[in-house]
Design a protein around this ligand. Structure first.
Ligand code: KG4
Ligand code: ZN
Length: 344
């Protein structure tokens, strides 16, 4: 057929997800289905993801979620060209559930298996919403990761910078927790910030202006958590939320600025598409998006973020990364192991 159709499975954190994606030879992706069961309610009482609860919930949900994704896609197992599953990095108990389930489907239906790096899924996620050519510069900001990547193609990415302590989403979550906002903290903090004005708070600006592309959020986390104790009114809390959001957005944009300069210098500019893509859960934040977009424009870079639904964890991005790999003949052995750590 003139296209590839791939079932993708994602179980590396707290969403059980399955999706069917179709990819044409020239890189046009169509999401035929994308089903996500969020475990947020299972973990909310603990203020964060409990690995054992997550793994058990994936076991319970994976078959039903996959069945729904297959029904909605309406192509039948015979219409699939491959099965892609997240093989890491992430909570290994959960990763094993999706990967083992994917192996079972692949074996039962005689389909190739593609083990996908979760980060590579986020890296291609903007291609689910628009035609995006390689190469591009990627800011990957999620609960577990905060990296700047030179993305030359599938399986061909190099890291320009990373966090030396917390990830950006982790900073959102921890500060939100200190403010009593519950889990996950990022979206709650963004909602609260909408009615706040952070100008009265002076938060630390880590690494600002430094020449490398690394991140650090621990100083901000400590300062904001201390200020949270002094907040008396709802307005105080909203003002602090706005200050925190602005500080995180500023750091992401300052480090991306460094990376844009390095990326543009790495080769004759005409050879390299000047495009900054942001992906991962934190890419859902509107202040983060608008700050990055303005910075990119100042450097002559275009800017793109995935559709909101594909910023946080989903299986469509895993199916697409799998399809892109399959297109290049990059399949995986059936005994591929789950990897809790797996740098790109
Ligand atoms: O990509 P993701 O779903 O999971 C990981 O791979 O980590 O990202 C989840 C992270 C959480 O830290 C969450 O608080 C953050 O993304 N997040 C946000 C927003 N939506 C999700 N952070 C700030 N603003 C948001 N609107
Ligand atoms: Zn993720």
């Amino acid at each position: 057929p003139p296209f590839l159709t791939v079932l993708g499975l994602e179980t590396s954190c707290d969403e059980t997800a399955a999706s069917v994606v179709r990819l044409t030879p020239d890189g046009q992706a169509t999401v035929l289905s994308s089903v996500i069961h969020s475990q947020i309610e299972d973990h909310a009482a603990y203020g964060g993801v409990v690995p054992e609860i997550a793994a058990r919930s994936h076991v319970e949900m994976i078959a039903g979620v996959t069945r729904r994704a297959m029904t909605e896609a309406d192509v039948g197992y015979a219409g699939l060209d491959g099965v892609a599953a997240t093989a890491g990095p992430g909570l290994v108990g959960g990763v094993m559930v999706g990967l083992s389930f994917g192996k079972a489907v692949a074996l039962a239906r005689g389909l190739p298996l593609v083990a996908v790096n979760h980060l590579e899924g986020h890296a291609v996620s903007a291609r689910l919403g628009a035609r995006v050519a390689y190469p591009f510069l990627l800011l990957l900001v999620s609960g577990g990761h905060c990296q700047l990547l030179d993305v030359r193609g599938i399986g061909d990415m190099s890291r320009l910078g990373t966090t030396i302590d917390d990830a950006a989403g982790e900073a959102f979550d921890k500060i939100a927790k200190a403010m009593g906002l519950g889990y996950p903290g990022g979206p709650a903090l963004e909602r609260l910030a909408a009615t706040g004005d952070g100008a009265r708070f002076d938060l630390p600006r880590a690494l600002l202006g430094r020449k490398d592309c690394d991140f650090s959020f621990s100083g901000l986390k400590t300062a904001a958590s201390r200020l949270a104790q002094t907040c008396q009114t709802d307005q105080d809390r909203a003002d602090l939320a706005d200050a925190v959001q602005t500080a995180i957005a500023r750091q992401l944009s300052d480090r991306s600025e460094r990376a844009m300069i390095a990326y543009a210098e790495a080769a004759p500019p005409d050879d390299r598409q000047r495009l900054l893509v942001v992906a991962g859960g934190v890419a859902a934040n509107r202040t983060v998006r608008s700050t990055l977009e303005a910075t990119a424009a100042r450097h002559g870079f275009g800017f793109l973020a995935p559709p909101m639904a594909y910023c946080t964890d989903n299986a469509a991005m895993i199916a697409l990364a799998g399809a892109e790999r399959l297109q290049r003949g990059m399949t995986s052995d059936i005994d591929t192991a789950a990897r809790p750590r797996w740098p790109l």
